[in-house]
Design a protein around this ligand. Structure first.
Ligand SMILES: NC(=O)c1ccc[n+]([C@@H]2O[C@H](COP(=O)([O-])OP(=O)(O)OC[C@H]3O[C@@H](n4cnc5c(N)ncnc54)[C@H](OP(=O)(O)O)[C@@H]3O)[C@@H](O)[C@H]2O)c1
Length: 293
């Protein structure tokens, strides 16, 4: 093949990729949409709320700390949200989840976007054998997501709406110090991946967007990883925009930042060198390990 033809093929290939991965996000399409954001008091959830607010959405915010939610609501209103309601709720408590959905539907009259973002606190450390903690974390990070999704589905079906699920690189690739957390995120991938098929087979017009994030500079994440891994953390504001944009475009899986997609792509390549490299990237002192009781 001549050099000219090869060059033309390469340009065409890049153009097709550019077209396929073009940014189709239009914030104006979010004016007046009805959104529930969980874990909206801090971090990425708070930033997600601000992006919807700028677009003029009607928002319900939920988390446990009312005093912080009140501040987030004020900022959302300043930024242009059409309306903002609060529900104080603990996602480890099934009755609280019911309360969140009831208030959402009463206040918004329906739902277009369910953004599942909250996580319960878990230390970034080697597993200490605490099965009760893992069970509780499953309740907060996994079961509450599917509980809310089950309650929201009839309304999302009516509105041709979307479920946006926040996940992590630790929910695609097993990493040290994330045993229970990673398990909850892998579970979300399995559950929502299967549900996506079933919705398509039943021709139910609800999209599911799984957001796979690398390290993001939220206060809680930075506190956990300090002195344990050295890798760049990306801004919560940009991560949240990528989440909102992917949900609006009804993308099935979104990766942020740039390195997450290639890492997931090569996940099963060279397993031994990958394990060696990963274990060397985490700082470990022998005294950190405690014996399971
Ligand atoms: N930051 C990262 O590096 C990173 C990386 C990959 C994926 N992610 C994912 O991104 C999402 C947000 O992470 P983040 O770093 O922004 O978290 P974060 O700053 O720790 O925020 C967690 C949110 O969840 C709420 N929350 C905690 N426990 C709760 C409970 N029992 N019931 C109800 N709400 C509860 C917190 O508010 P209250 O305390 O007021 O309840 C807070 O609003 C998570 O799904 C996380 O897995 C984050």
């Amino acid at each position: 093949m001549g050099l000219k033809i090869k060059g033309t093929c390469l340009v065409a290939f890049v153009a097709v990729l550019g077209y396929l991965y073009r940014d189709t996000f239009d914030p104006e399409s979010l004016a007046n949409v009805r959104v529930l954001v969980t874990g909206a008091s801090t971090g990425i959830g708070e930033e997600i709320a601000y992006h919807y607010a700028r677009a003029g959405a009607q928002i319900v915010l939920t988390a446990r700390r009312e005093n912080i939610l009140i501040k987030v609501r004020s900022k959302c209103l300043e930024l242009g949200a059409k309306s903002v309601s609060l529900v104080v709720a603990d996602m480890g408590v099934p009755e609280d989840r019911e309360k969140v959905m009831e208030k959402t539907i009463t206040d918004l009259g329906g739902l277009d976007y369910l953004v599942l973002n909250h996580i319960g606190y878990t230390p970034f450390q080697m597993w200490d054998g605490d099965v009760n903690h893992t069970r509780w974390l499953m309740e907060v990070n996994f079961l509450s997501y599917i509980h809310l999704a089950a309650k929201a589905l009839p309304y999302l079906t009516k509105s041709h709406g979307s479920v946006i699920v926040l996940s992590s690189l630790a929910g695609k690739i097993a990493t040290p110090y994330t045993t229970s957390y990673g398990a909850t995120k892998f579970a979300l991938d399995g559950f929502f991946g299967s549900l996506r098929h079933e919705l398509a087979m039943k021709r139910i017009p609800v999209s599911i967007t799984l957001c796979i994030l690398g390290l993001i500079n939220t206060q809680s994440a930075m506190e956990k990883v300090k002195d344990k891994i050295a890798m760049p953390a990306y801004p919560a504001h940009d991560a949240a925009l990528a989440v909102v944009s992917a949900g609006t475009s009804r993308i099935e899986e979104m990766y942020y930042p740039w390195y997450v997609r290639p890492l997931c792509f090569i996940r099963d390549w060279f397993p031994q060198s990958r394990a060696w490299f990963m274990q060397k990237s985490y700082q470990y002192k022998a005294e950190e390990t405690s014996t399971p009781s």
